[in-house]
Design a protein around this ligand. Sequence first.
Ligand SMILES: [Ca+2]
Ligand SMILES: [Ca+2]
Ligand SMILES: [Ca+2]
Ligand SMILES: [Ca+2]
Length: 464
Amino acid sequence: MRCSSLAMCFVILAPAAACYDPADAGGTASSAGSSSTGMSDGTSATTTASTTASTTASTTATNTTATEVTTEQPSTSAGPGSDTDATGDSSAGSSGTTGEVSGCLDGLFVDDAPPLGDAVQVASLFNSQGVEFADVDDDGDLDLLVSDFGDGGVNQSGVFYLAGDGSGGFAAPVKLPGGDAAAVRLAAAPIADNTVDVVAMVAILPEYDPAVRRWRGNGDGSFLAPTDYPVASDWDVSLFDVDGDGRRDLLGTHAEGARVAIATAAESFGATTDYGGAATVNAIRGGDVDGDGDGDILSASTGQLQLLRGDGAGGFGALETFALPGSYPIDVLIADFDGDGSMDIAATWDAIVAVLQGDGAGGFGAPVELTVQGSTLAGTTPDFDGDGCGDIAVFNNTGSVSTIMGRDDFTFTDQHVFNIVPVGYPYDIASGDVDGDQIADLAAITAGGGPDSGGEVFVLRSGG
Ligand SMILES: [Ca+2]
Ligand SMILES: [Ca+2]
Ligand SMILES: [Ca+2]
Ligand SMILES: [Ca+2]
């Protein structure tokens, strides 16, 4: 991908290079995606700057992480086993309803490895940046949404919809309407009604003008023409209801913190409000991390996780920070990993997943560092075994997926590696139950520079 004019070009991730050159992808891991200011998501990234006061930005990410809040949201999409990223992942597992204490299940799977089959490539795009599961056509089966940066030429840039057949199969990608816009991270979830909408951070061609593009879904697999919200800086995006009105609000990162735009009844977003923090915020996600029933915002920044605890009315307390041993966390995760009813949080960088145990009141323990097989730009928190304890899956730059089962003792010793051997650069991962067997499946996509070097869309299906 060339990022000539785009400061964000790859927005997300890596601290090093401002633009990721697929040609370099081969070996260097962590320099993979990179970003000017760094930002990302989960899946996710996107948006706006200060300018947007009136224009507001929009976005979405399905964040169903925190159960209490989740249940109040319009039904989402992803169903059992889906992840919570803002990237859009909403997870079943992450659910531990506050106050509901249950033990994690050990031994359901042979060797405690999720029964994921070989990766099946379901599509070949060009330079994919984000992936989300959502039931776009409301038929009860999860569909895939993939953002692609394209090449500014014959290889289209935009967001693509792949209809799921409920058995693990997916139809050919269909581009969402609107002109070419190089898409980075995206999020998909109902915002103000019950149909799935899509939001992505994009750079609109031909000048690569940064914007958040929002498509309203009709609930049948079709979308209305998009609305663009111009932005002046990178923004990772996520959708989560922070003011408790049942509408998912737009959460994003900006160069120095979190940005919030409240969803309105008119299917728009109100003015954006920026919340300060440290520079270089890479990922953002919503969830009720302190268990008080109000939506909170967690973001990853240089050397720390940042928490904004919501008051349930759209306001937030002072920024709270939790130090990380690594300097550049790329993704953030929220789930109850040990099933004690309190939300736990995690961050990923290099070949590390750091998990911080929550006390249910907004406090977190020291980071527990879990080593995975390679540097990872994205993680998701499915509940593979359905025990209510969130599990973790990350897409390593070595081309493998590492899974880590959540257990009562918070030790995370059940780790397994599933090799995919992609040609492109591992870039995003999402989880959801695509075949209705109640065991989470995964989708993983690669960045790169073309059908022969990126844009792969893989599905790893449990039992498949
Ligand atoms: Ca709301
Ligand atoms: Ca809260
Ligand atoms: Ca917990
Ligand atoms: Ca689990």
